[in-house]
Design a protein. Structure first.
Length: 433
C-alpha cells in the first residue's frame, strides 16, 4: 500500500488534533479530522485538511484510517526484559519482584545476556511503531560497568531506527556512598545519559536528594525518578523531589514515574503536592500495566480494589506534563508486555479513563514524552517533520482500541518497515539452568 519510492500522497488520513500542531481542519468531537499528507524524501512535505474535491488519481486513499505519529516510550527496563522464564516472580508482589530480579542480575546479567535481551526488546518495540525509547539500567555495582557499555553499543546499532536513551537506576541509599555516586554520575554523563534513582522514605531523603541534584547540576544531566511505587500513604517522595528541585533551582528536565501512593492520600495533601510538582515543572509518567499488576496484590484470597495508577487527570488539569509508558516486560515486575505502545494506550484508556472525552490524551504516548526526552518534533505529524507514522485499520477510537491492530503499517522516513516480531524461541538458550 505504501510505495517503496518514498514519495506519495495520502488522502483521507484520519489524524488527531492533539498530535498535528498547526493543522487547521474541521476536527470532530473526538478530535479527528481527515487530512492529505504529501510525503517526499523521507519527510512530510505537507499536511493539510482533506479537500472536498476528489483526491488525484495517484493518491493513496486511506478511506478514513487513523494515522498517528510513531510512539515515544519514555520509561522501560530493557535490561530486565524477558527473564521471566528463568526467574518468575514467586508471588506477584513488589518485594517478590525486587528479590527475584536482584538474584537474576547477580547470577546471569553478563554483557551478552543483557545485549541479546535488549535487542529482542528493541525489535519488538520497533515493529510495533516506537521510534524513541528511554530505558532504565540497573546500576548497582558491578552491573553499571557491564550494562552501560552494552547500552552504548546498542544505541549505535539502533541509530536511525530507535532513538535510545538510558537512565541509571539504584535505590536512593546508594547515593550515601558519595564517591561512588559521583563516579556513576560521571559515567552517565560520558554516555549522554540521564541521572536516575528510586526514592522512598529514608530518614536522610532530603540530604540524599540534594546530592542527586548537585551531581545533575555539576554534570548537566536531566533527572528521572521512580517514586512512591507503593500504596503506603506515608510515601511522599514526589513532594520531596519537587521541593528539592525548587530549592536547588534546577533547570533541567525531571521525569518522575509511578507516584502510586499519591492516589491514596487525603485531598489536601494531594493538592499541596500537585502545586509543588507544577511549580517545579516536573513531568510525570504513569505505568498503568505494571501498577495494575503489582499494586494491591493481596495473596490472601481477596480481590484487588484499586488500580494502582496515579492522579494523571488532576496533574494534567494543572498543566503538569503527563505520559504513560511500558515499564517492565516479561520480568518479575510484570509477567507480560511487548513494548507495544498501542497496548499501553489501550490499557491506559481503560484503567485511567482516557476517554469521554479523549481530549489531548494521545499526547501521553507521543508528543509529551518526546518533549520530556528533548526529541525535537518527535511524536507529532507536521510539515517538515520526518515521515514516521503508523497507519491503523481503525477509523475511530472504538475500532482502534478494540483490536490489537496487529496488521498496522509502520512507516519510517516515508517507507513501510518490515514488521517482524522476534520469536521467543531465540531466547530459549538464555533461559536454561
Ligand atoms: Zn520502572
Amino acid at each position: 500500500m505504501i510505495p517503496a519510492s518514498g514519495s506519495y500522497q495520502l488522502a483521507n488520513a484520519r489524524v488527531h488534533r492533539s498530535l498535528t500542531p498547526g493543522l487547521a481542519a474541521p476536527f470532530d468531537a473526538d478530535g479527528f479530522a481527515l487530512a492529505e499528507l504529501l510525503v517526499a524524501d523521507g519527510k512530510i512535505a505537507s499536511i493539510v485538511a482533506q479537500a472536498k474535491s476528489k483526491a488525484p488519481a495517484d493518491a493513496i486513499d486511506l478511506a478514513g484510517r487513523i494515522v498517528l505519529p510513531c510512539f515515544v516510550d519514555c520509561h522501560t527496563h530493557i535490561d530486565k526484559g524477558h527473564i521471566w522464564p528463568r526467574k518468575p516472580n514467586p508471588d506477584g508482589t513488589f518485594m517478590g519482584a525486587l528479590n527475584a530480579t536482584g538474584a537474576d542480575r547477580a547470577a546471569r546479567w553478563s554483557a551478552e545476556d543483557v545485549a541479546r535481551r535488549m535487542d529482542f526488546s528493541l525489535r519488538s518495540a520497533y515493529a510495533h511503531g516506537t521510534k524513541a525509547l528511554r530505558t532504565h539500567l540497573d546500576s548497582v555495582p558491578p552491573q553499571e560497568e557491564i550494562s552501560w557499555p552494552v547500552f552504548e553499543t546498542m544505541r549505535e546499532k539502533w541509530r536511525g531506527r530507535i532513538d535510545l536513551q538510558a537512565a541509571c537506576l539504584l535505590g536512593i541509599e546508594g547515593v550515601r556512598d558519595k564517591a561512588w555516586f559521583e563516579r556513576l554520575a560521571k559515567r552517565v554523563a560520558a554516555a549522554k545519559g540521564v541521572l536516575g534513582v528510586v526514592t522512598y522514605m529514608v530518614p536522610d531523603l532530603e540530604e540524599l536528594l540534594d546530592q542527586v541534584f548537585a551531581q545533575a547540576i555539576e554534570h548537566g544531566l536531566d533527572l528521572d525518578f521512580h517514586a512512591d511505587e507503593t500504596d503506603d500513604v506515608a510515601a511522599i517522595s514526589l513532594k520531596k523531589i519537587a521541593e528539592a528541585s525548587l530549592w536547588n533551582s534546577f533547570e533541567g528536565n525531571i521525569l518522575v514515574g509511578h507516584c502510586c501512593s499519591l492516589a491514596r492520600q487525603p485531598d489536601l495533601e494531594v493538592l499541596d503536592t500537585l502545586d509543588k510538582v507544577a511549580k517545579a515543572r516536573l513531568a510525570v509518567v504513569s505505568l498503568p500495566m505494571c501498577n495494575l499488576y503489582l499494586q494491591d496484590r493481596r495473596n490472601n484470597g481477596t480481590t484487588p480494589r484499586w488500580r494502582g495508577v496515579t492522579l494523571l487527570h488532576e496533574m494534567k488539569a494543572r498543566g503538569i506534563k503527563v505520559a504513560v509508558a511500558s515499564d517492565n516486560t516479561r520480568d518479575p515486575f510484570y509477567a507480560y508486555g511487548d513494548l507495544d505502545m498501542l497496548e499501553v494506550y489501550r490499557m491506559a484508556t481503560r484503567i485511567l479513563h482516557f476517554d469521554h472525552p479523549v481530549g489531548d490524551w494521545p499526547r501521553a504516548v507521543a508528543a509529551t514524552p518526546a518533549e520530556v526526552m528533548r526529541l525535537d518534533g518527535a511524536g507529532t505529524l507536521a510539515a517538515g517533520g520526518s515521515a514516521d507514522f503508523i497507519v491503523f485499520k481503525g477509523r475511530n477510537w472504538t475500532e482502534l482500541l478494540s483490536r490489537p491492530e496487529s496488521d498496522r503499517i509502520v512507516v519510517r522516513e516515508g517507507r513501510a518497515i518490515e514488521r517482524q516480531l522476534p520469536d521467543y524461541a531465540e531466547l530459549d538458550e538464555l533461559m536454561v539452568g
